[in-house]
Design a protein around this ligand. Structure first.
Ligand SMILES: NC(=O)c1ccc[n+]([C@@H]2O[C@H](COP(=O)([O-])OP(=O)(O)OC[C@H]3O[C@@H](n4cnc5c(N)ncnc54)[C@H](OP(=O)(O)O)[C@@H]3O)[C@@H](O)[C@H]2O)c1
Length: 320
């Protein structure tokens, strides 16, 4: 099959394209003929910093397409079914093999291209807000990194749950594009003081929940933006580094920190129900994710560079 792989960590230039053997179909495996690969923030982070477990290493968490083959123990899927699938690696290829527990049917009427985006972005955002963050209607949530995949999902889910949504992005133009998704107030993280604006908007109290996709050095500012007894949900490190917390800062605010590891829960029945529900909501037009650009699979290195450098709005896809 045609595939993308790398042998050592590095920038997009480590990605190679060519012919690799088709994936093995074990007894519990579903093999998906890939139509769309969704490039996830974590794909870039892994390529940069996580040593490949074996080489050649095919990157990629998520892709959607049609079931090509199933192992003898697979009960829920058959060849021809439209599915979106997750795995810890392997989506950047013509065929994506993954255990049945990581395969989700696509709702009737939902285009495969849109379905390819759902599980990681919308599932992570939902767990951050509700499973961990216990968001209540009327509360205020600050979404750090609101123009990315998880961020845009979080803005929509929080707004539709009756929360007030403050989001950050790099520049007013990007913020203006997020507003129709349900964001009440946008902060340009490059030029504005996030804590000061959040305190002004909440009458000095601070936001109830912070969702942090970016990590890095803004953790102090985000804690200042949060109310006493607020909840800080650690999701990602799109700056390249995860946030780190001083216990004194946490105690002073009686803060709770939640760490989300959505991939570690994607096999659970509750997550299968969640993804089915998100898929139906997207099929009904209630949830959306803009696709900034679609690259051929062969141009994955250019696609990764585009995601890293061009601030895409929403998602970038690959098409084998
Ligand atoms: N824990 C989990 O289970 C889990 C699940 C999914 C994803 N993640 C992680 O979450 C992160 C986001 O994923 P994604 O797929 O949404 O990525 P993405 O689509 O690439 O979006 C990343 C966002 O981060 C923003 N950002 C970058 N630097 C920033 C800074 N200094 N301050 C504020 N915002 C900044 C960018 O905003 P601008 O473009 O506007 O600059 C962009 O919107 C990744 O690190 C990913 O690995 C974790």
């Amino acid at each position: 099959m045609k595939a993308i792989w790398y042998e050592e960590n590095g920038g997009p230039e480590v990605l190679q394209y060519g012919e690799l053997p088709d994936p093995d179909a074990g007894p519990d495996t579903v093999v998906v003929r890939v139509e769309y690969v969704s490039i996830e923030g974590g794909d870039l982070l892994n390529r940069s910093v996580t040593p490949p477990r074996k080489v050649p290493f095919i990157p990629g968490y998520q892709a959607a397409g049609t079931v090509e083959a199933v192992g003898a123990q697979v009960t829920k899927f058959a060849p021809g079914d439209r599915v979106v699938a997750f795995n810890w690696h392997g989506s950047h290829a013509e065929f994506f093999a993954t255990p049945e527990k990581y395969v989700y049917p696509i709702a009737d009427g939902l285009p495969t291209q849109q379905a390819a985006i759902i599980p990681v972005a919308f599932g992570t955002a939902s767990d951050a807000l509700f499973e961990y963050g216990r968001l209540q209607p009327g509360e205020t949530v600050l979404v750090q990194g609101a123009a990315g995949g998880v961020g845009l999902a979080a803005v929509q889910l929080a707004a539709q749950a009756g929360a007030r949504v403050i989001g950050t992005a790099s520049g007013r133009q990007r913020l203006a594009r997020i507003e129709p998704f349900g964001m009440d107030h946008g902060i340009d993280y490059r030029s504005e003081d996030i804590a000061q604006v959040c305190l002004e908007l909440t009458g000095g109290k601070g936001v109830d929940i912070v969702l942090d996709m970016a990590g890095g050095h803004s953790v102090g500012t985000l804690l200042q933006a949060m109310r006493f007894r607020g909840r800080y949900v650690v999701i990602g490190a799109s700056t390249g580094t995860l946030p780190s917390f001083g216990f004194f800062e946490l105690i002073r605010r009686a803060a709770t920190v939640h760490a989300v590891s959505f991939g570690g829960e994607m096999h659970l029945p509750r997550v299968h129900d969640l993804i089915a529900s998100l898929s139906r909501r997207m099929a009904r037009g209630m949830l959306q994710m803009p696709v900034e650009r679609i690259f051929p699979l062969a141009d994955a290195a250019a696609a990764h560079a585009f995601v890293a450098n061009n601030h895409p709005f929403g998602r970038v896809l690959l098409k084998p």
